[in-house]
Design a protein around this ligand. Structure first.
Ligand code: C2E
Ligand code: MG
Ligand code: MG
Length: 705
């Protein structure tokens, strides 16, 4: 990688005589080094053209802004700001020079910084140059490469006894090496050493750059120094810190070079390790969230992206939890690693693949002019993931849901873009046919709606706007009310009655479902108490339980306390769970179910037949009731297969001594048919829609409701 910027010597470029700082902006623009003038609070007063090109910004976009908060916000800027403030606090006209690594675009660049106090005004010039700084960029191709922090090299080379030293005679072409030099590169002491010191052993990726640096140093008549990776004669990888000084004859010709090198592998390894830990995911070696967000931030700041677009793809593996739960975390980790490699293989070198958490990945699709590139990358991802993954003889079939957001159409900040891609991903997850969804305005609207509802729901919770409706469940044949199912409603000030489908998933998403669920259980138990006290026939009440609730560690305790509080016989409470409980860890699910059964309550599987459960679970789970989903009932008279399934479920339930409730009975023919099959109980609009508590229980309403 050759430097994009010519290398200059600071002193030569600006002169140690600081009168140069009184230059006007035109002269400043002509300087080959970046100059930023800040007031003492860090606000930008001047920003020269070189710096603008350097940082790929426009001068206009920086003037008047705060350098630390608005222009260079990155993790490292605090160090930089600290140095600046310390420098600004002193009142002399000195200057301070140091090396620094700044994140730029998709990588980090080592630069040399010079702070200079301007004599006339209360401001400080920051001079930025790449002089002496080989660029070992962290780039997408080599995420493990590290941007190195170098210590300042002395201007003259001091020779130490144990240093590796070489001497190149540029006139005779002869070179002499000290023994330590041979040792450093593991060269056979009998061999003739090459000219150019360690150049012959430099990692090929930096070799060309080193040549430029050396030539620049010769031209500028300065010493040079840098750190770079070498590969020894025996193939070992090391890091060497190198510095050298050049001697010239009276005609100004370079005649010899004396160089010194030290082994800094340990320090570099440590730095690499630190860098990696901060920026990469340990398991997969992919970039982590921090690294990803920085990269998107850089892409946003990159003026090269003006008029262009870049994209973010959010990827969530489908049902990955099942793999973890069924085959263990070791297998899960292996699958994630394979998936990571496949995602990398689906992208271009300039794109960045990162793992956000668990089975969530994101890809930054670097700046492009043609959006077709996004579709083709997504297509490749889906195709590559579709190949079965074989681990220890086991075959894993992976599918994923992808959501795409494009800059600037779907967002102009890191957060907005990630959010947009995330909601598009959710949309794709919810769809059974589409696996890639591009964020669109409808989604934007939905997201807004959802956010509004979420906010309002939170208030409704505190404000008592939630209410339980009840729907009777009747006995087959007699159609006498046997029990009731509690169904939640939200009395919205402007929308009217909001049904649960519109808000339960929101509440599940933000955890409000725990509060709502606890309230539902407590209210239902209070209802049972009131019915008993009033001698009502419908004493038993069923409540719906969300999976999020069921999995919460306090769930059993909440149910227990509701029963105790209302002082009701526990068998008057039924919890309706969906088949999704079976998707979790089998043993944990079993334990929770067993604890609930120990309380003496009844358990029902709701919407039976629509989900993922197998009949085998019925054998293991301590279930009392199956609620046959409405979908079967709807087609029972017309679809012989649905009829057969319903019949089989009832037969099986009878064998297992389970009660079957048919949901969604709307016609008398459906009721008769379900009764003929042998369903024990019936529920549906034929008998009654869900109605308010007051309507349902009439005179027996709970006090205060
Ligand atoms: P679910 O538990 O299966 O409840 C039955 C749903 O079917 C109810 O919708 C009910 O109004 C509707 N229904 C009953 N009979 C008929 C019929 O004959 N025809 C038709 N077309 N529909 C009928 P609702 O009240 O909108 O509830 C929808 C779902 O929301 C419930 O399905 C349940 O899963 C969930 N839900 C309701 N209340 C709560 C709650 O308090 N907590 C939780 N976590 N979920 C709840
Ligand atoms: Mg239900
Ligand atoms: Mg149901």
């Amino acid at each position: 990688m050759s430097p994009e910027f010519p290398i200059y010597d600071l002193e030569l470029a600006i002169g140690i005589d600081r009168s140069t700082f009184d230059l006007g902006i035109d002269e400043l623009d002509a300087l080959p080094v970046g100059v930023i003038t800040l007031d003492r609070r860090g606000n930008v007063l001047r920003y020269n053209r070189t710096e603008a090109e350097y940082a790929r910004r426009s001068t206009d976009s920086t003037l008047g802004k705060n350098f630390f908060t608005d222009i260079a916000p990155c993790a490292r800027v605090q160090d930089f700001q600290g140095r600046f403030e310390a420098f600004a606090a002193v009142n002399d006209d000195g200057y301070e020079r140091f090396d620094f690594t700044f994140p730029f675009r998709w990588g980090h660049r080592a630069v040399e910084i010079l702070f200079c106090r301007r004599r006339d005004v209360e401001s400080i010039d920051i001079i930025v140059t790449t002089q002496h700084r080989p660029i070992l960029e962290v780039d997408i191709d080599a995420p493990k490469a590290i941007a190195r922090k170098r210590e300042r090299e002395p201007r003259t080379v001091r020779l130490m006894r144990h240093d590796a030293i070489w001497h190149d005679d540029l006139i005779s072409g002869q070179t002499v090496w000290s023994r330590e030099c041979y040792d450093l590169v593991e060269l056979d002491p009998g061999a003739t050493p090459p000219m150019g010191g360690l150049r012959a052993f430099a990692d090929p990726s930096v070799a060309a750059e080193l040549d430029v640096l050396v030539q620049a140093a010769i031209d500028a008549r300065v010493t040079y120094g840098f750190e770079h990776r070498i590969v020894t004669a025996k193939g070992k990888e090391r890091y060497a810190q190198v510095s050298a000084s050049i001697t010239y004859d009276s005609a100004g010709r370079a005649i010899s070079i004396v160089g010194r090198a030290g082994d800094v592998t340990d320090r570099c390894a440590e730095e690499t390790e630190l860098w990696d830990r901060a920026n990469f995911d340990r398991l997969t070696g992919l970039a982590n969230r921090i690294c990803f967000e920085n990269s998107v931030e850089n892409a946003l700041n990159d003026t090269h992206n003006i008029g262009r677009t870049f994209g973010i793809v959010f990827i969530d593996l489908d049902r990955f939890k099942t793999i973890n739960d069924t085959f263990g975390h070791v297998a899960g980790d292996q699958v994630l690693t394979v998936v990571s490699r496949r995602l990398e293989a689906s992208t271009r070198p300039e794109d960045l693949v990162a793992r956000l958490s668990g089975d969530e990945f994101v890809i930054l699709i670097a700046g492009f002019d043609n959006e077709g590139i996004v579709d083709s990358i997504c297509g490749r991802i889906i195709a590559n993931l579709a190949e079965p993954i074989v681990i220890d003889g086991r075959v894993f079939e992976i599918t994923a849901s992808l959501g795409v957001a494009l800059y600037p159409r779907h967002g102009v900040t890191v957060d907005e873009l990630l959010h947009a891609a995330d909601s598009a991903m959710y949309e794709s997850k919810a769809s059974s046919t589409v696996s890639v969804v591009r964020f669109n305005e409808d989604l934007q609207y939905e997201r807004h709606e959802r956010a509004t509802l979420e906010h309002e729901l939170h208030r409704a919770l505190a404000g008592g706007a939630l209410e339980l409706y009840y729907q009777p469940i009747v006995s087959s044949g007699t159609h006498v009310i046997a029990s009731a199912e509690a169904l939640i409603r939200w009395n919205h000030p402007t929308r009217g009655i909001v049904p649960p489908v519109d808000f339960i998933s929101i509440a599940e998403g933000n955890g409000d479902i725990l509060t709502i669920g606890a309230w539902v259980i407590a209210s239902a138990c209070a209802r049972v108490r009131a019915s008993i006290d009033a001698g009502s026939p419908a004493r038993s009440v069923a409540v719906n339980v969300s999976l999020v609730q069921f999995r919460s560690p306090t769930f059993v305790a909440i149910v227990r306390s509701a029963i105790l509080q209302a002082n009701i016989p526990p068998e008057f409470l039924t919890l309706e769970l969906t088949e999704s409980v079976a998707s979790g860890n089998f043993y944990e699910t079993m334990r929770t179910l067993a604890e609930l059964k120990t309380l003496g309550i009844k358990l029902a599987i709701d919407d039976f037949g629509t989900g993922y459960s197998s009949l085998a679970y019925l054998k293991h789970f301590p279930i009392d009731i199956i609620k046959l989903d409405r979908a079967f009932v709807a087609e029972i008279l017309t679809d012989p297969i649905d009829h057969a399934i319903a019949e089989t479920v009832v037969a099986l339930a009878n064998k297992l001594h389970l009660e079957v409730v048919a949901e969604g009975i709307e016609t008398i023919d459906q009721a008769r048919c379900m009764e003929a099959i042998g369903c024990h109980k019936l529920q549906g609009f034929l008998f009654s829609k869900p109605i308010s508590e007051r309507e349902f229980f009439g005179a027996f309403a709970v006090a205060g409701s």
